[in-house]
Ligand binder design. Structure first.
Ligand SMILES: [Mg+2]
Length: 485
């Protein structure tokens, strides 16, 4: 669909955003299923606080299946039999939930019908992105905004993506359908998992907290409020505001526009010497902390020394930390490069050292970097690695994560994303790209001696780059499994 720079879209989460579905809908329906199927379990509201951290209803049910529970409930021991049981419970749970919603037992949240009406009237496109079952989402939406408005809202729900929130996948599918840059789309979520999914897709996010989520960490949110508020009804309390919006008793469409203009109009932050030092220190600590993981990755087809070499080399970077020349960013990076080249063993030292050297040379004698300079440094690092390793994209090396992540940073900056959203999106791209090295055949390095045998394994260097990007973005560790499940 063709779009212009003026097009805007609003994407809403379902549960907890459209209505208080978790407490009054899903929890009630789960417990009724347990009773109907004679299962030896009942979830209290406190139990359920933990379960809502799991995205997807089938996934929440699957969390019951401890060996003790399987025995007590008389379930089949084989995975296929258990999956069939979960599917049957979940189907019945969706029916019960839908009945609860249509009966009016699940109250819509304040301001939802109002904001959806305002957005559609102003020509915004509106979608719902949820990892709950589609019939549940549609019923909740119709009840919250009425059938007429609901018919104009696109629903993305259920199992259309494999990785549920906090993975960004459902938002990436919605963005793809909208055909809009991330900088023109605002999201409303109510939970940390939802917030991470939306910001992972590079989207500005407003959080409307509720009973089950109010104590969660929402530091990546643009705006955090008690609810959207309604005139004459519940009034909005602002909990955190990192936007130019100045909400009154209710969140209006112009507040949502300001959330977006805040990203596009804000002067892009520069990276300081301290930022660069933080990134280098994070890379070094990551190499040390992941010695075993990186080594295990490498030992599948390589000689297994990657984790050890990286950890020993970067350990020396950390122990010599205070002595590096910090006259300017270029000098600092070049000093680190010399240490890495000389102290990391095997083939990795020259490769990683070259990357730091080229980045430092490109930075030059400055103490601040424009975002475009950061991209140029990453490009120079990648070119240095290509030349030194005689390798390119597709050869199953760290370039297969570094270059897509750099492309992502460049796109995010063009879309006007803030530094945090830019890093989070790049980390996700690096991770997906590292995962994609499984299907590649190694052409370079020790792994190439094993030829086709390398197919099906992750490239250790690409995974290291992904883990480092995630650490720099401040994301929790989420290692890719060495062998696919
Ligand atoms: Mg939610």
């Amino acid at each position: 669909m063709p779009h212009t720079d003026d097009d805007r879209a609003l994407i809403l989460d379902c549960d907890g955003v459209l209505a208080d579905t978790e407490r009054y809908g899903h929890l009630v329906a789960f417990n009724q299923v347990f009773t109907e199927f004679g299962l030896p379990v009942h979830w209290t509201l406190d139990d359920y606080r933990q379960k809502v951290l799991i995205g997807g209803g089938k996934e929440r049910l699957a969390s019951l299946l401890t060996p003790e529970f399987v025995a007590a409930a008389g379930l089949p021991s084989d995975p296929a039999g258990q999956q069939a049981a979960i599917a049957a419970w979940h189907q019945r749970k969706t029916e019960i939930y839908t009945e609860l919603v249509t009966s009016g037992a699940v109250p819509p949240r304040p301001g939802i019908a109002r904001i959806v009406g305002e957005a559609l009237a102003a020509g915004w496109r509106v979608a719902v992105a949820s990892t709950s079952a589609e019939p549940s989402v549609v019923a909740t939406l119709e009840r919250a905004v009425g059938d007429d408005l609901a018919a104009q809202v696109k629903v993305f729900a259920g199992d259309i993506v494999k990785a549920k929130k906090p993975a960004p996948d459902i938002y990436l599918v919605a963005l793809d359908w909208l055909g809009l840059p991330a900088g023109q789309v605002v999201v409303i979520e109510d939970s940390r998992n939802g917030l991470l999914a939306a910001t992972g897709a590079g989207l500005a996010t407003v959080v409307t907290v509720n009973d089950l989520t109010k104590d969660e960490d929402f530091s990546e949110a643009a705006l955090v409020v008690s609810s959207l508020g309604d005139p004459g009804g519940e009034q909005t309390t602002v909990i955190a505001n990192r936007t130019p919006a100045t909400p009154g008793g209710r969140i209006t469409l112009s507040d949502l526009s300001r959330v977006l203009s805040g990203r596009q109009g804000a002067p892009m932050a520069k990276a300081t010497s301290a930022d660069v030092e933080n990134v280098v220190h994070t890379i070094a600590s990551t190499a040390v902390e992941n010695e075993k993981y990186f080594g295990d990755l490498d030992s599948v087809v390589g000689d297994g020394d990657f984790g050890y070499s990286m950890a020993r080399g970067f350990e020396l970077v950390i122990s010599g930390w205070d002595d590096f020349d910090r006259t300017d960013i270029g000098t600092f990076l070049k000093k680190v490069a010399v240490m890495i080249t000389s102290r990391i063993g095997g083939t990795s030292g020259p490769i990683w050292g070259t990357a730091f050297l080229r980045a430092g040379t490109t930075a030059g004698a400055v103490t601040e970097l424009e975002p475009a300079q950061v991209v140029a440094m990453l490009r120079a690092a990648a070119e240095g690695i290509k030349a030194r390793g005689k390798s390119d994209v597709g050869d199953k090396t760290l370039l297969d994560a570094l270059i897509p992540a750099t492309d992502s940073i460049e796109r995010s900056l063009a879309d006007g994303l803030d530094p945090q959203a830019t890093l989070a999106a790049a980390a996700q791209v690096a991770r997906d790209s590292a995962e994609a090295t499984r299907s590649m055949e190694a052409k370079r390095g020790r792994a190439s001696y094993t030829g086709e045998r390398s197919i099906g394994t992750l490239d250790a260097g690409a995974v290291a780059v992904a883990v480092m990007f995630a650490a720099v973005a401040g994301l929790p560790p989420d290692p890719l499994p060495i062998n696919p499940a």
